[in-house]
Design a protein around this ligand. Structure first.
Ligand SMILES: [Cu+2]
Length: 227
């Protein structure tokens, strides 16, 4: 009975032309929606099955842990891991969640190698602990000084070429006391006799001395120097 009336209706609608098609489509749509709801329940079950795959995702999240490898720039993959000297290296200057740092904290180049300080976010400087910058000398004897001045633009860079082997500490002038201090190891220096690796300067605030101590440890470790 219903089939018959439907058939009749279709025929009539068919005659009615385009409007009919729209009407039917609307109907089918509603039906499809209703039908979709039960498969949706199935999908839900499948979703549960997926959560096993979700376990996979967890593993991948674990992957995200090496976020320090973030800018897959090979260097500073793990904290404290300093590579062999290379001809060039890049140090990022970052403002992140109210903290300020050089990344990696310790970088390394060959004698005559170049470090590019790259401002990624915020306003920073890369300034040597050198008497020329009115600072205690935390660079090798006779080493050249450098000071980028404040770099405020994203992507602004300063390159410095290191001609003297040894350990260099440098800082960001606005954020020194917040611990924005970094180190460059040039070549394969003896840890002994490096001014940078002596006791942190007395005149400096505790936050600065603490950071320099940490960097000294990292540098000593990189140079295979045990206390
Ligand atoms: Cu800074």
């Amino acid at each position: 009975m219903t089939d018959e009336s439907l058939y009749t209706r279709r025929r009539m609608l068919g005659l009615a032309g385009t409007a009919a098609a729209v009407g039917l489509a609307g109907c089918a749509g509603t039906q499809a929606d209703t039908e979709d709801e039960s498969p949706a329940t199935d999908e839900h079950h499948e979703g549960d099955g997926h959560s096993e795959t979700g376990g996979h995702d967890d593993t991948e999240e674990g992957h995200d842990d090496d976020e320090s490898g973030h800018g897959d720039h090979s260097h500073g993959h793990e904290d404290g891991e300093v590579g062999e000297p290379t001809a060039t290296a890049e140090v990022k200057m970052l403002t992140q969640d109210g903290s300020y740092h050089f990344d990696p904290h310790v970088t390394r180049v060959e004698v005559g190698g170049t470090v590019t300080f790259h401002n990624e976010s915020g306003s920073h400087s890369a300034t040597a602990y050198h008497p020329d910058n009115d600072q205690p000398q935390l660079v090798p004897d006779g080493a050249a000084s450098w000071d980028s001045g404040i770099l405020s633009e994203e992507g602004a860079t300063l390159e410095h070429t290191f001609e003297t082997e040894g350990v260099y500490h440098y800082y960001c002038s606005p954020h020194e006391t917040m611990g924005m201090i970094g180190s460059v190891i040039v070549g394969e220096p003896e840890a002994h006799g490096q001014p940078a690796l002596e006791e942190p300067p007395e005149g400096k605030p505790e936050s600065v001395r603490k950071k320099i101590s940490e960097l000294n440890e990292m540098c000593n470790e990189a140079l295979g120097h045990e206390h």
